[in-house]
Every structure is written in structure tokens, then in C-alpha cells.
Design a protein around this ligand. Structure first.
Ligand code: IMP
Ligand code: MG
Length: 193
């Protein structure tokens, strides 16, 4: 039995979002992550790279990206910042829920994010982390929604630029659901707006 019709899932696993639309299938995600891994590997050749994952959304992307880095010296830490809760709009107020375990002074830091939307979260994060004086600071985001940007913030590595749709899957959630979906799925607009 296939559940394709229910959510547009591809491959063997269904995408059980009623009315959802697969925006980026898992094969494309894998191909792009491998490409980013090679690019980042070239840029950080000969250096130790410290990945900073932003919980919880970046976990899937980070796990895949880290395993595509052709670098001998990679470390990983995580932080968590306040999320939207049940809403899909940012409040603009951002705070740390969990700080890093390790200092980053003097290290080459690559922040790994799921998606950059208004840019408010990342602008805050960049300022906070830059103040700790890493040797370098850059950002890799799997998804970018430039139409919604409210503050300009540099994003050195972007997986995919997407339109102004609310997406779930590949680590991204709506009210805590659907992070486990292997594809990036756009929710039906009437569900989230
Ligand atoms: P920003 O501060 O508006 O850039 O928001 C960034 C954060 O909002 C991301 O790290 C996500 O946690 C969340 N977010 C923004 N857009 C989406 C989306 O389409 N789906 C799921 N989460 C989103
Ligand atoms: Mg996030």
C-alpha cells in the first residue's frame, strides 16, 4: 500500500502531512549536503573545524553534513535558543535556553542552522558568538527564505533558497511535529497562516 496520495511522499517512507507538498526530496537534500561538505572541506583545509549546531532543528542537517566533511579534525557542540512555540511567527525576542559546553575562543566556528527566515535569530547568535572571539565565525544553513528577511545577516553556506512557505521535515517542525520526515515538506497555507 502506498500513501503517496496523502502527502506526496517519495520512496518507501510516506510523508504523512495532509495536503503537504514535497518541496525538496531526500535525494536532493543528500546531493546538496555532499556538495556543501566538499566546499566547506576545501575552505577549511588544514584547520580544525568546530561545528555549533542550533538545537533542535539543525540536528538532522548537522549529522549529515558532519559525515560529508573531508576533514581530519572536526568537533561538535550544541546550543539552544528560544523557539516559536506553537506559532509560526518570530517574536523577535531571542534568548539562550542552553549554552555551549565548550569555549570557542581561538577556534574556527561554523554555526549549523536549519533555516534562516527573518534573520533575527541568526543576527543575535552571530553577535553573541563573535563576542567570544573565535578565530573565525561562519554559518551554514540548509534553507534560506530571503523574502522574509527583517535584518541583513551573512550566511556563508546555503543549501537551498526556498519561497515564503512554512516547511517541516529534515529536522524542521511545526509545533513539535514532523521533524522526522526525510523530505522538506511545505505545509498547506491554510494550516499555518
Ligand atoms: P528567524 O529568526 O526568523 O530567522 O527564525 C529562524 C528559526 O525559525 C529557525 O531556526 C526555525 O527554528 C524557525 N523557522 C523559520 N521558518 C521555519 C519554517 O518554515 N519551518 C520550521 N521552522 C521555521
Ligand atoms: Mg531553529
Amino acid at each position: 500500500m502506498t500513501q503517496r496520495g496523502r502527502g506526496g511522499g517519495v520512496g518507501s517512507l510516506p510523508t504523512p502531512v495532509e495536503g503537504g507538498e514535497v518541496l525538496i526530496p531526500r535525494e536532493e537534500l543528500a546531493r546538496r549536503v555532499a556538495e556543501l561538505g566538499r566546499e566547506i572541506g576545501r575552505d577549511y583545509a588544514g584547520q580544525a573545524l568546530h561545528l555549533v549546531g542550533v538545537l533542535k532543528g539543525a540536528v538532522t542537517f548537522l549529522a549529515d553534513l558532519a559525515r560529508q566533511l573531508p576533514l581530519p579534525d572536526v568537533s561538535i557542540d550544541y546550543l539552544a535558543i528560544s523557539s516559536y512555540g506553537r506559532s509560526t511567527e518570530t517574536s523577535g525576542a531571542v534568548r539562550f535556553l542552553k549554552d555551549l559546553d565548550e569555549p570557542i575562543a581561538g577556534r574556527h566556528v561554523l554555526v549549523v542552522e536549519d533555516i534562516v527566515d527573518t534573520g533575527l535569530t541568526l543576527a543575535y547568535l552571530r553577535a553573541q558568538l563573535a563576542a567570544r572571539q573565535p578565530a573565525s565565525l561562519a554559518v551554514a544553513a540548509m534553507l534560506d527564505k530571503p523574502e522574509r528577511r527583517r535584518v541583513q545577516v551573512p550566511v556563508e553556506y546555503v543549501g537551498f533558497v526556498i519561497p515564503d512557505r512554512f516547511v517541516v521535515g529534515y529536522g524542521l517542525d511545526y509545533a513539535g511535529r514532523w521533524r522526522h520526515l526525510p523530505d522538506v515538506v511545505a505545509l498547506p497555507p491554510d494550516l499555518v497562516r
